[in-house]
Design a protein around this ligand. Sequence first.
Ligand SMILES: Nc1ncnc2c1ncn2[C@@H]1O[C@H](COP(=O)(O)O[C@H]2[C@@H](O)[C@H](n3cnc4c(N)ncnc43)O[C@@H]2COP(=O)(O)O)[C@@H](O)[C@H]1O
Ligand SMILES: [Mn+2]
Length: 660
Amino acid sequence: MKNKLRLDTAAIMVLLMLCCAALAVPVVLYAPQWLLAPVIVLAAAVILIAVNRRRVRTFIARNLSGNVFGGSKVQYSLAQLPLPAFLMSGNSVLWYNAYFKDSVLGGADAVLMPVEKLLPGLDMAVCSRPHGQDITVNGFRFTAYASPSPTSNGASIVYLVDDTFYKDTLDEYTASRPACMIIVIDSYDELFTDMKDSEQAHEQEAINRLLEEYIGQTTGFLRRVANNRYIAVVEERHIRRMIKHRFDILDKVRALHPGGSLTLSIGVGHGGKTLAECQEMARESIDIALGRGGDQAAVKTLDGFEFFGGVSHGVEKRSHVRSRIIANALEDQIRQSDSVLIMGHSMSDLDAIGSAIGVLRMCKMCGVPSVITVHKGATLAGQLIDLFIKAGEGDNFIEPEETYEIITPKTLLIVVDTYQKRLLESQKIYEKCQRVVVIDHHRMAVGHIDNPILLYHEPYASSASELVCELLQFMPTQGNITPLEAQALLAGIMLDTRSFALHVGVRTFEAAAWLRSRGAQTADTKLLFNVSKAEYEARAHIVEDAYIYKGCAVAVSEELEPGMNVVLPMAANDLLTITGVDASFVAVAKNGGVNISARSMGALNVQVILEPLGGGGHLTMAGAQLKNCSLEEAERRIREEIDHYRANQSASNAVPVRKP
Ligand SMILES: Nc1ncnc2c1ncn2[C@@H]1O[C@H](COP(=O)(O)O[C@H]2[C@@H](O)[C@H](n3cnc4c(N)ncnc43)O[C@@H]2COP(=O)(O)O)[C@@H](O)[C@H]1O
Ligand SMILES: [Mn+2]
């Protein structure tokens, strides 16, 4: 009968269409004034079809749905089921009970209608699973369950459980969970110490007002717990809104001073089981936000950290007193050890080896057996190590594997120029040594060494070599560093400051002056940055092939000759010297993957751009290593992250473009 009805409808439709078509031609040719006639016929056809469809649907519904369908036992039980239920075949609704008609169809008929039209998004594969599928219709939130059909166009029964109340309650519960925020005014002591009382009060009042307004938009509360520190407890829904707006309070506070010297850091903990757990997560977040240089929000969730903001340059906040305390403490630790191992990051560079050479001198002055452990076949400081070998000091450098036998509980491991476990020259040495000291200048990142007995971490220092110079200056002059060692430390500073162009503070020049006084020759040091002709050519080719994308120079290159690793970061440095280039990204194929070096002069944060690719570094210098990745894919991902970064910049001004 259904087929017959469909046939009738189709036949009428086709007939009327044919009539229209047949009429239209002669009418246009001989009597255009009668053109209205076929239009009227067509309109009549459409109305007829609509009326007919409605009649058909009502007819089928009256006969098939409700309580009177065939009287089969299955149908009878579904009709009485106090839940909306329907039967579908292929993609069409065949039958439904009265509950379905009332609550889902609002009393209308829908037999033979496509299911997609009635329940958009219903997926039979999903709702056939034990947890069913969430479906929202007319403001009601159902869970749909289905009997799986053995064939794609076979019949299935679907019934809907109205969970509106429980789902709304669950949403409200989740959205109202408490979250904790710790807010810190960056570099408070440095900024506020020299201010008059009235100026201090004025600044503090401005910050308080902004924070009160910010937290005042929530149902939470804000408490100032120290001069520079606040705690806020807000609901999860407000944290979501803050994340959506990328913590725009950071911009508002930064805008209080045109120079951007006044900034905030925010640590957020949310999603924890208890408020105490969220507070602990907020504490870890604020440590990371401050360790990364401040002026940013770090959000810890159960899955890891997310960062927002972070573009201004931190205010130097180091003191000579702290350096002296660290120097004394380090000397004590060295003297309490039966041996000392000094280690940098993998693919060590002039800063890692230069600072290690400085630390080695401290150990020698303390009379404790010590050695630098480095993969001599995988270093960017090969020329420097060769100089020491030529000077008869090759024994100072040994391969990591050669140290395993000599490690005892009283061995001290001093890690320089990295704070990250996964970047260490040797994970095994780190795991074997029970006592670890870290001397580093990188911003703190997720996965840092978490158990050092002594930590000299200064993200405001130019380099690890600068930090080690400070420590050495508290050691006796007699027996202190040789001219060759001074040259090594100077090379480390020159590398990380791009020859005194970036991250240079007063203390950097103080360290350089001291090294000069200890015999470092700048011309000799410069020679350590020389490359072979082949390396120079490779570097030039990469620069030549680069193109500019959204203010960033992007270059990709096939794998370089073995031993040419330094070409990659050097080409990235070179590209920054092009006018109008805010940042550079160089991607070079390596062992089935791609290595990336990125540089900026501070106008954008390359660390933030490379972090989603699993990389890191800092604002002006970052890197990433993509495993099992083609050059095309790497290039696509770099451009995608640049797009994302630029979109955020223009959307919220959360990341203002500024030269240092
Ligand atoms: N996967 C990563 N995770 C976290 N951090 C990473 C990761 N990969 C790299 N990084 C950090 O990013 C910056 C930049 O690294 P880079 O490899 O691009 O540059 C370093 C050296 O390759 C480069 N370099 C060494 N010798 C020379 C030279 N003779 N001339 C020019 N450039 C040279 O200098 C960078 C030194 O970086 P530093 O060790 O941080 O001081 C870096 O921080 C990685 O740790
Ligand atoms: Mn380094």
